[in-house]
Design a binder for this molecule. Structure first.
Ligand SMILES: Cc1ncc(COP(=O)(O)O)c(C=O)c1O
Length: 385
């Protein structure tokens, strides 16, 4: 009998898309559902960026381009990293990818062997665990505790390092908790990696989405030249999720391998999308501060609302656009509570366990929606208990 590969059975999906499908099924039955499950800004790509993409298509930027990206965008990324991270990578270190996600996949494929140990946050973005499992490596989870405001504690990483540890994945600002690690925590991770000769992949997709705090990168220590890989992208803070555009800054020794993954898997990132990316990086940046001002208002509103629900308790997140309330007081599991909210209140959210076992007792709300929807959702949840 024909059989699919073992590796294919080890890779897994994302609950956000499963909950979205359930919510849409209810909508088809005529139910009104408020969406808090999908992690993308609820606004359109800024006009200047969209226009640059349209112009690029009209200018026939519709052919294959170098698999590592067009030089003009790579140079813009070089300037961007210098501006935002205080070091200037060499142009050869920069690769353009179709969204940030291929950067996770390819950097992990380039670094991790079957049997290696990979350290990552739990709860955390599911792709890290999925790729670890696909490779046949072992995921070593660092539990995030509410007491530490869901920030990964470098001492917990230290306790988990063994001879087999080959990679630490860092994500700050973090999905799903909205936590933002401090400068000293980020520096401690970079030091540990150096001391134990371990790679670090830093997923910084929410780098420009912090409230009253700053974002730090573990890649500053070696300027992504030895053991760290910086991943960032345009999806979230330029509201470009569907354009598929991201970038990697990687050590010279890794770049050829990464380029081969890109050639083999995608050939290249769409040329016109890259031209839109140049406009995003070099054009007016007020879009981001305006968006973050509105997100802050929404964050404050939803956290206050969630704290008014009996059995719920919610910390004030410092980044991204997620709230991660503790729902242990309801007596329900995360799965039961998320289903209760969907079927009894018409509010679609994700169970914390969609992000790992330590997400039990929590829910993730993506508050990229209107203030009105937030108010209605809170009222419906209050009435549903
Ligand atoms: C932490 C994290 N990394 C990566 C991604 C995916 O980014 P992209 O859509 O650019 O591939 C997301 C999207 O939700 C995310 O939350």
């Amino acid at each position: 009998m024909v059989q699919l590969s073992e590796g294919a059975s080890r890779i897994y999906g994302e609950a956000a898309f499963e909950v979205l499908a359930k919510a849409q099924e209810l909508e088809e039955q005529g139910k009104n559902i408020l969406h808090f499950e999908i992690g993308e800004p609820d606004i359109e790509t800024p006009k200047n960026i969209a226009k640059a993409g349209i112009k690029a298509i009209q200018d026939k930027k519709t052919h294959y381009v170098p698999s590592i990206g067009i030089t003009e965008l790579r140079k813009a990324v070089q300037d961007e990293v210098e501006k935002t991270r205080d070091y200037r990578p060499d142009i050869e270190q920069i690769l353009i990818t179709p969204g940030l996600k291929p950067g996770i996949f390819f950097s992990m494929l380039a670094i991790v062997n079957p049997g290696d140990e990979v350290i990552y946050q739990d709860p955390g973005y599911p792709t890290y665990g999925s790729v670890t499992s696909f490779i046949g490596a072992k995921g070593i989870m660092v539990p995030l505790s509410e007491k530490n405001e869901f920030r990964m504690n470098p001492d917990d990483i230290k306790d988990r390092i063994t001879k087999k540890t080959n990679l630490i994945v860092v994500n700050s600002p973090q999905n799903p908790t909205g936590s933002v690690m401090t400068k000293s925590e980020i520096e401690a991770i970079a030091e540990l990696a150096e001391e134990h000769d371990i790679y670090v992949v830093s997923d910084e997709i929410y780098s420009k989405m912090t409230y009253d705090t700053c974002h730090y990168t573990p890649t500053a220590r070696d300027e992504a030249k030895e053991r760290t890989v910086l991943l960032d992208g345009f999806s979230k803070y330029y509201a470009m999720t569907g354009w598929r555009l991201g970038y990697m800054v990687a050590p010279h020794t890794m770049v050829d391998r990464l380029q081969n993954f890109l050639v083999s898997a995608v050939s290249c990132t769409a040329a016109f999308t890259q031209w839109a990316g140049i406009e995003a990086l070099t054009g007016d940046q007020r879009f981001i501060s305006d968006m973050m001002k509105r997100f802050k208002e929404k964050r404050n509103r939803i956290v206050k609302g969630l704290n008014s629900i009996s059995g719920f308790h919610c910390l004030m997140p410092k980044g991204a656009f997620y709230a991660f309330p503790n729902i242990k007081g309801t007596g329900m599991s995360s799965q039961e509570c998320s289903e209760h909210l969907l079927y009894k209140a018409g509010v679609a959210v994700l169970p914390g366990t969609a992000f790992g076992p330590y997400g039990e007792g929590y829910l993730r709300f993506s508050y990229a929606t209107t203030l009105e929807n937030i108010d209605v959702a809170i009222k419906r949840i209050q009435d549903s208990f």
